[in-house]
Design a protein around this ligand. Sequence first.
Ligand code: NAP
Length: 480
Amino acid sequence: MTGFWIDGREVDSLGNAGETQVGNPANGSLVGSVPTGTARDVDAAVEAARDAFPGWWETSAAKRGETLFAGSEAIKSAVNELAPLLTAEQGKPIGEARMEIFRFAHTLEHYAGMAKNLRGGSVPNLDSDPPRSGLILKRPLGVCAAITPWNFPLSLAGNKLAPGIVAGNTFVLKPASTTPLTVLRAAAILSAAGLPKGVLNVICGPGGSVGAAMCEHPDVAKVGFTGSTPVGKGVMRSAASTVKRVTLELGGSDPFIVMDSADIDRAVSACSVGRFFNGGQACLAVKRVFVHEAVYEEFKEKLLAKVARLRVGPGSNSKNRIGALHTAGGRQEVEEQVADALQNGATLLAGGGRPQGDEYEKGNFLLPTVLENVPYDSKMSCEEVFGPALPLFKIRDLDEAIRRANDSEFGLGSSIWTRDLEQAMLAAQRLEAGYTWINSISKIYDELPFGGFKQSGLGQEHGMEALEHYQLTKSVVLGH
Ligand code: NAP
């Protein structure tokens, strides 16, 4: 059993809630286990983070950056150990697991590089008689909680830890109950690379008890949460009891618009990657495709040809492009969304079921699925589809595409493919989403702030903006 990481060492739970087994989504085998945490473990982890905070805040920002940079290098060196563990517990193809480890390391490195740019401001001559001036101070918040989902266990943790730690905060992190192992190992690696004890603490346990206790704990100043919209709303409610800061990165149903002037081949590639990366289990993923009627048939034919080449199978085999879905329940949800669309008049163009054969029997596999004529009021159109299934919609013009695209409670990402600059800029202005990619695959950049509109989130991660969410701003008036 792998213990929690608290105060710079591996520890067992203080409660008696037993252990949580971690299974391999590709074959059901046991990957490992962790103690099932309780509120007592939350208290212990918060105490360690609280004790570490004054020392970490007093550490120079440059030194904090150096420490984070050393951690980033250590994570990169450990990729051959971490990536197979991530694939085993999460299910993703090994190549994508390696990409996630490097993504995590790059985010640490990015914010390490920003350490020396942390600064406040000043306002001279607030008054002249008597003279007064103003200072704007920035300071860390204190103990921050990070709660993360299972789809990108490490990189989504990095989006919180990197800006938060470099700004001088300390953390208690709770990974999803089904993917704790890679994160626990990464915490130990960061610690060995020089992160002082107590700066990063990792505990595991059910979101409903351990996660909720983190959100309500009086000594936690902020909650950085990534997960589903319904749970995010609960996090916001729990955090309200002590007026904690929250950032919420929640669900999405990203539209992908293809206009008649688009480079169809490139759009098809981006659509395929955008939908089927991580088995379709990504927040920022192509989830609704709107294609201009003039190029609809060409786009559809080329997309189907590409989808037919996507190999499904265990993520540990580097030839496979779509691994097992993370849970049987998650697969069932996608199957129900597809069945609902078909019952209401949709046409199946590809997939629609589970792959057959011994290799697939014990895993949560699902074939890449494409549909058309999906009703706009069906589950696939209205809910988040968290798996490899994609509806295609035919549209007459850009107005219709934008209207349909915005007809969603979500507002996470969006894409448009067109060679018409005016159309592209109009879409960028009007699409209700925190990201719009124009003629580009839906890739995330540490340099650019990202946060969902509408019910997809609150606040931003990445960019300089993420640092703002991990600092308090204070004004000081200086008399002479
Ligand atoms: P989830 O069910 O909301 O769980 C996310 C995390 O919250 C897990 O660690 C979970 O713990 C914990 N949790 C559950 N109930 C809680 C509570 N009452 N209080 C505090 N924490 C609680 O989400 P998921 O199914 O793991 O992840 C998929 C969702 O995440 C999708 O909707 C996806 O779009 C979204 N997502 C968003 C982004 C983004 O950047 N916007 C990125 C990735 C994923 P347990 O594991 O113990 O339940």
